[in-house]
Design a protein around this ligand. Structure first.
Ligand code: DAT
Ligand code: MG
Length: 148
């Protein structure tokens, strides 16, 4: 089953949106297989956002993501990587549709509430950066018969 890495960023934690965000993915029919509140070190932030290290906003991005606790999660389900990106909305909240997480709760690109892996390769890489295998729990829910 496909897995993705999702993270409520420091702005989402400060604004008490962890529960709201978890609820959206639960109600959609995806399954939580791991989650933890944590502080990101600068080293982990620079690895996680390595693809952006030449961009002018990189320093600001690392400062922001390390500025307070985040809620890191792994979610499982059919096509969860692409579907979670749709549920998050466009990177820049000025362009994210109402009904999406960023469209409903964010105003500027610097503070856009949630991170989600953008491809199967990123998902594997990011899950490996944030979680040990034993922190992820695979289990069967009877409700899955009604969503799959
Ligand atoms: P996403 O988070 O949708 O995958 P991304 O990988 O292109 O977007 O960028 C990572 C984060 O960097 C993004 O969530 C917010 C920040 N960011 C992106 N573009 C930016 C910009 N032009 N100015 C400031 N921050 C930006
Ligand atoms: Mg990205």
């Amino acid at each position: 089953m496909e897995r993705t890495f999702l993270m409520v960023k420091p702005d989402g934690v400060q604004r008490n949106l962890i529960g709201e965000i978890v609820a959206r993915f639960e109600k959609k029919g995806f399954q939580l297989v791991g989650g933890k509140l944590m502080l990101i070190t600068r080293e982990l932030a620079e690895q996680h956002y390595g693809e952006h290290k030449e961009r002018p906003f990189f320093g600001e991005l690392v400062d922001f993501i390390t500025s307070g606790p985040v809620f890191a999660m792994v979610w499982e389900g059919e096509n969860v990587i692409a579907t979670a990106r749709l549920m998050m909305g466009a990177t820049n909240p000025k362009e994210s549709a109402p009904g999406t997480i960023r469209g409903d709760y964010a105003v500027t690109v610097g503070k856009n509430i949630i991170h989600g892996s953008d491809s199967p390769e990123s998902a594997v890489r990011e899950i490996g950066l944030f979680f040990k295998e034993e922190e992820l729990v695979s289990y069967t829910k009877l409700i899955n018969e009604w969503t799959n």
